[in-house]
Design a protein. Structure first.
Length: 402
């Protein structure tokens, strides 16, 4: 038997200026030596690396929508549809995601996203008009025009790519850069009472490890995180369609603007998503704090396990059902905000031909920046509603953290 050496090699990601290298030992890799024509022989290695490192960056690829779909499908061969389903008609039209996605007709699991008007026929779409989301359409208190002209930006919206109603969160998202306008660097401001800023390339996609987000929490918050089940709103992107984001893009302001549940498209209890707050990595066994910051409606916190020590720092020792939306958001912000500290983030500097695979069940990500109407930016994005739900903490995790 001949054993062929893998053509792949892995190096650390190009560091962002503020990144603290100690948080990147196990977060992010650039992959070298990948040929899409021979992807099948290396997909097992790529999949293992993705779960280990959460973000994989490939440079200078030529990748067809079919190849991208096949790479995405390899992670979950029985997955059936795009991560948000393919129904964007009728009452679903109010979803805040609707304008951002153009479906490629011959490969409907792959979406064209970006900015500007694409000339001519593109992959079966006639001159598609793309629009990069601008934070001023979503944040309650956006950056002033004056500051924006100086290159100040925000995180648009931290999220997981997931419908969070009826469909399971995709395991992986693949993003392939077809056309990237030249851009200067910008300063991203948190504007949440801290002086935190992040220096990043215009239009960067930013990634925050859910494992780091969990690991850096104090013990009393880890205990809450492993005991909590997150109950998501029905049709969350319609439900939140009138709501505004916090200045960090990490969740919503509580202003009572969510749609009443009886004004949403038809929904049933059985299709609601109630998911663990921490999701177990299928390769490393690590816990990732994985909550869509905007979409939860309630938390169900289990009591401490029998015999678990309790002291004055213990939170919710007897469990709790938190149904007040303001209280849900306040607790979630305390759990997630430390994990988006500037020193923890990978900010991608996109170049044409880049492919990024990210572990959608292991991190949060956000769009940043803004583009003028004539700046053409084109990406192919693919993810698939998973065949199974994420797995929460096991008995050993509860013994270690609860
Ligand atoms: Fe996304």
């Amino acid at each position: 038997m001949t054993v062929t050496a893998s053509p792949l090699s892995f190096t650390s990601l190009p560091p962002s200026p503020q990144a603290d290298p100690k948080y990147f030992e196990e977060f992010g890799r650039e992959v070298h030596g990948f040929d899409p024509e021979n992807k099948d022989v290396v997909m097992d290695e790529i999949m293992e690396a993705l779960y280990k490192y959460q973000v994989l960056l490939f440079r200078d690829l030529k990748l067809t929508p079919k190849q991208q779909f096949e790479m995405t499908l390899a992670f979950d061969p029985t997955a059936q549809s795009y991560g948000h389903g393919n129904n964007k008609t009728g009452s679903e039209k109010k979803s805040i995601l609707h304008p951002d996605l153009k479906t490629i007709p011959h490969r409907p699991e792959v979406q064209l996203i970006g900015n500007g008007k694409v000339p001519g026929n593109y992959e079966g779409l006639e001159s598609p008009q793309l629009k990069h989301p601008h934070h001023k359409t979503f944040h309650r208190d956006p950056v002033s025009d004056e500051d924006e002209a100086k290159g100040i930006t925000r995180f648009y919206r931290w999220h997981i790519d997931a419908a969070l109603y009826k469909l399971n969160p995709p395991k992986v998202t693949t993003l392939y850069a077809v056309s990237v306008p030249k851009g200067e660097w910008q300063t991203l401001r948190y504007d949440d009472g801290t002086d935190d800023t992040l220096s990043l390339p215009k239009g960067s996609t930013v990634f925050a490890s859910g494992k780091t987000m969990f690991d850096i929490l104090p013990a009393e918050y880890k205990s809450v995180a492993v005991r909590t089940t997150v109950k998501y709103a029905p049709h969350p992107y319609v439900w939140m369609s009138n709501a505004h984001a916090l200045p960090t893009g990490l969740g919503l302001e509580t202003e009572g603007l969510e749609l009443p549940l009886d004004e949403l498209p038809p929904w049933t209890e059985s299709e609601l998503k109630a998911l663990p707050m921490c999701w177990k990595n299928p390769v490393t066994g690590g816990l990732h704090l994985q909550v869509h910051p905007c979409a939860p409606q309630a938390f169900s916190i289990a009591p401490l396990p029998a015999g678990a020590p309790r002291d004055s720092t213990t939170l919710y020792p007897d469990g709790a059902e938190i149904t007040d939306i303001g209280e849900v958001r306040e607790l979630l912000y305390k759990l997630q905000r430390p994990g988006i500290d500037p020193k923890l983030l990978f900010a991608a500097e996109w170049k044409e031909g880049d492919l990024v695979l990210f572990h959608n069940r292991g991190l949060l990500h956000s769009v940043t920046g803004a583009f003028a109407p004539d700046e053409l930016r084109m990406f192919h994005q693919c993810n698939l509603a998973a065949s199974t739900e994420p797995v929460g903490p096991d008995a050993a995790d509860m013994a270690a953290y609860a």
